[in-house]
Write a protein that binds this ligand. Structure first.
Ligand SMILES: Nc1nc2c(ncn2[C@@H]2O[C@H](COP(=O)(O)OP(=O)(O)OP(=O)(O)O)[C@@H](O)[C@H]2O)c(=O)[nH]1
Ligand SMILES: [Mg+2]
Length: 419
C-alpha cells in the first residue's frame, strides 16, 4: 500500500511539472510577440502626440478665439512654467535700505499678528526679505517666536522692554492718575481705565525707536495685529522715503477723541515757546490747527501704520519734544495717544515735504480702510478692497485737509467716495 501510494505521488509530481513547464513557455512567449525596440516605443508615442496636436490645434468648424481644445482621451501635454511676463520677480533687484518692520505685541496677540505678517509678506516682503523686530513688556513665549519666525522672510528679533520704558515715571502722582482712570471709566472713554494702554502709548511715543534692537536700523515700518494690506506693493517704500527725503508717512488720518487729550495742545504750545529752534520753517501747523496755532483741531495721522525714519525720532528735536510732553504728565493724567504725539511732532518739527501720504498702500485697521482712489491703480496693484470703504474723503478724515494745505491735487474720482 505504501509503495502504491508513493508511485501515485510520483505521477502527480511529474504531471504538475509538465503543466508548469508548458505554462511558463506559453506565458513568456506572449509578450515576446509585442516586444518592441526603444525606437518603436518612441515612434508610437510620437504618433499619439501628433494626433493630439492635430486634433486640438486644427481650426474646426465654428471655432472661435478662446475656445478650449476639445476633450480628448489622449494624455494631456506636459505643463510648462508660467511665463514671467506680468508677474513680479521672485526677489526684487536693487539695494536694500537699513530697515525693519517693528511690532509691539503680547504673546496673546500671536494669531492676530500672524495674519498681519502673512499679508505683509504676501503683498510685499517676500520679495524684499526685510527683518522684523518684535517688542514686548514680557518675555515672548515659544509659540510666538516659532510662528512669527516661520512667517517672516527676513530675520526676526525679539526684545524685552526694560521696566523704565514701561512703568510710571517717579514724577507721576499715582493717586491722581488712578482718579483719572476711574473718572474716564465712568465716562466710558475708550481704554480710559487702562494702565497698560497708557504704558503702550507712552512707549510708542518715546521709546520704541531707542530699544537696543532698533538702534541697528535707520527705517521702520510699524505693523499691528489684525491689519490688512489690500494691494501689492511693487516697490520698496523704504527706498522711496530715502530717495525723496521723507521722514514720516501715513495712509489714514482722522480726528482724535477730544476727551483723551484736553491739555495736549497747551503742552505743545509750551514746547514751541521753549524750543523755537526745533520748529521747522515750512511746517504743517495748518494741518493741526485752524486758528494759527491757538488751538488743536485734533487731526492726526493714524500711527498704527507708519513708515518712518528712526534717526528723526532719535534726534534732539524729537527727544526734547517727547521729554517736554512726558514731564507734563498727560500720558497718565489724561490718555494721550502716540498717534497725536507723533503727528504733532511730524507736523511741527518736519518740513511739509518730509511727510508722505502713501495712496498706493491699501490698509485696514479696525474700523477704517484706506483703499486707493483711482480704478487703474487698484487694478494694477491687484487690490481686493472695496473703494466704497475708502475713508480718505469722508467727513471724519483729515486727509482732504492734508491735500489742501499742501496744494496737492486730489486723485480723480475722489468726489464719488465722499459719502
Ligand atoms: N506687549 C504689549 N503690547 C501691547 C499691550 N497693549 C497693546 N499692545 C500692542 O500695542 C499695539 C497697539 O495696541 P492696540 O490694542 O492695537 O491699540 P489700538 O490700535 O489703539 O486699539 P485696537 O482698536 O484695539 O487695535 C498693538 O501692536 C498691541 O499688540 C501690552 O500691554 N503689552
Ligand atoms: Mg491696534
Amino acid at each position: 500500500m505504501a509503495s502504491g501510494s508513493g508511485r501515485y505521488l510520483r505521477y502527480l509530481l511529474v504531471t504538475f511539472f509538465i503543466f508548469a513547464v508548458l505554462y511558463f513557455i506559453s506565458s513568456s512567449s506572449k509578450p515576446r510577440e509585442h516586444l518592441q525596440t526603444a525606437s518603436d516605443i518612441i515612434r508610437e508615442q510620437n504618433e499619439k502626440w501628433r494626433g493630439y496636436y492635430d486634433q486640438t490645434t486644427a481650426p474646426s468648424a465654428g471655432a472661435t478665439e478662446g475656445h478650449h481644445p476639445k476633450a480628448s482621451s489622449q494624455p494631456a501635454p506636459p505643463t510648462s512654467p508660467n511665463t514671467v511676463a506680468g508677474l513680479p520677480n521672485a526677489a526684487a533687484d536693487g539695494p536694500r535700505m537699513n530697515a525693519t518692520f517693528v511690532t509691539l505685541a503680547r504673546n496673546s496677540d500671536i494669531w492676530e499678528i500672524a495674519r498681519s505678517i502673512r499679508q505683509v509678506e504676501d503683498r510685499f516682503n517676500h520679495r524684499y526679505n526685510y527683518d522684523w523686530v518684535f517688542l514686548n513688556d514680557m518675555p515672548f513665549d515659544d509659540t510666538f517666536i516659532n510662528i512669527t519666525t516661520s512667517l517672516v522672510s527676513g530675520k526676526t528679533k525679539y526684545g524685552e522692554i526694560e521696566k523704565e520704558h514701561w512703568s510710571f515715571p517717579d514724577f507721576i502722582d499715582q493717586d491722581k492718575a488712578k482718579k483719572v482712570r476711574e473718572d474716564m471709566a465712568a465716562r466710558k472713554i475708550i481704554y480710559g481705565d487702562s494702565v497698560s494702554y497708557r504704558h503702550m502709548c507712552r512707549f510708542e511715543s518715546g521709546f520704541f525707536f531707542r530699544q537696543p534692537l532698533m538702534n541697528e536700523y535707520e527705517w521702520y515700518w510699524r505693523v499691528e495685529p489684525s491689519i490688512e494690506l489690500f494691494c501689492d506693493v511693487h516697490y520698496d517704500p523704504f527706498k522711496y522715503m530715502a530717495d525723496h527725503k521723507k521722514k514720516y508717512s501715513f495712509v489714514l488720518s482722522l480726528y482724535e477723541y477730544a476727551e483723551t487729550v484736553p491739555t495736549l495742545w497747551d503742552s505743545v504750545k509750551k514746547f514751541m515757546k521753549t524750543h523755537p529752534e526745533h520748529i521747522a520753517q515750512d511746517n504743517s501747523l495748518a494741518f493741526l490747527s485752524d486758528d494759527g496755532g491757538d488751538s488743536y483741531n485734533h487731526c492726526h495721522f493714524w500711527s498704527n501704520f507708519e513708515i518712518g525714519n528712526l534717526n528723526w525720532l532719535r534726534s534732539p528735536a524729537y527727544l526734547d519734544f517727547f521729554e517736554s510732553l512726558d514731564r507734563d504728565g498727560g500720558f497718565f493724567y489724561e490718555r494721550w495717544g502716540d498717534a497725536p504725539v507723533h503727528s504733532i511732532a511730524a507736523g511741527l518739527l518736519l518740513q511739509k515735504e518730509e511727510i508722505h501720504f502713501f495712496n498706493d498702500i491699501a490698509y485696514y485697521h479696525v474700523p477704517f480702510t484706506h483703499c486707493p482712489t483711482g480704478e487703474q491703480t487698484r487694478l494694477d496693484l491687484k487690490c481686493h478692497c472695496n473703494p466704497k470703504d475708502n475713508f480718505d474723503w469722508k467727513g471724519y478724515s483729515c486727509t482732504s485737509r492734508w491735500f489742501d494745505i499742501n496744494g496737492l491735487k486730489k486723485p480723480d474720482g475722489y468726489e464719488a467716495e465722499m459719502d
